[in-house]
Design a protein around this ligand. Sequence first.
Ligand SMILES: [Zn+2]
Length: 419
Amino acid sequence: MEDVSLTAVRRSGGDKIVLAVRARGRGFVSVSAPTRLEGKCPGVSARVRIDNESSEVYYRVSEGPIAAGTETFLAASLPAAMMLGVDLELPGSISPRLSNALPRIQTILRSWVPDSSEIQVHTGPPRAATRVPGHSVACFFSGGVDSFYTLLKHHSEIDRIVLVHGFDLRLEDAPMRAKVSKALRQVAKELGVHLIEVETNVRSLADRYFPWRFYHGAMLASVALLLAPQIRRFYVPASDSYATLVPWGSHPLLDPLWSTEQMELIHDGLEANRLEKIESIALSNIAMRYLRVCFPWTEEGGAYNCGRCEKCVTTMICLRSAGALGRCATFPPQLDLSSIARLPPLDELDQLDIREILRGVERNGRDPLLADAIHAWLARRDPRGITSIPMRVARKLRRIGRRLQKLIPPSRPRLDQGF
Ligand SMILES: [Zn+2]
């Protein structure tokens, strides 16, 4: 292995920390000390230099207080440094709890992304755990199913919701950002919580080095660490359930490891699958007025929910099964079942989710046509080879199986297990 040369530079002025890393002959990464941004909204920025390229990464927050930013930029840069296989030197102090968790965070990320490496993180002396925790409890909130589920579940303690511009909301899409901000301000007002908006360009760095699906948990953590002076507990809404859990950047094994003595990060909502979450939030008229699941860039013209993409149609399937589609103001009032047939074939991960939804739809037993349409969608890519059986026969066999199941004592295996 080639040598690692660590270079720490201190700018004039004393308080400017420069993080500098020389790779194992493969390049050079440096992150300058976070600098406070001027203006109405508080913020921090730092220069990230990789080889000869340098870019400014910033975070702005609609209201403070915010942290100095050392831990924020640690979370923001660690996965990139791992991908480059370079050590990270951080002259500033970080939380002892977070420092102790860094090896485990890296072990998990590296197991998911074998091309990455576990690296050394060099920091200053551990910070004394004397910082006073913030007063608030918050959750990340995009307006989607997982967000509403966690907010409503913990409504008695949550008093802040946090929307991030620059993750799924692209920074350059000003009309969509304005639309979502306006809707979420209304959600906050009607539910009696406070909306905090964060803007960051960190994806311009992150996307170049690490797959977003494994990186986004660290990015959420970077925002939580920035807001730690005001938020003592931060819920991260789960996108999986216990039954569909797969390697993913925001994960119950990973999210809590980004906690500090001051701020606790909690991965929340694994107990419910998508259909169960929608059945739950359908009880809220506010959720039914503002639910937003569509990725803005999937739809030209920037519809709040396009009603046609896979995420929209899957949500509409669940709303229809829950008997709530007509009440959800942000979706068309009816689901054309042929739109399911027009969706792209499901990949392996999405199949897990859709099978869970199908089980719920069949358990409800109110909508066999919907169940058939989902079966047809799944069968197009069924890895067990069910596509070789004519669809009508396959459906009939399933129905017979379900009828037989009712005659069998509960201790016996379910005939439709595995859908
Ligand atoms: Zn859509």
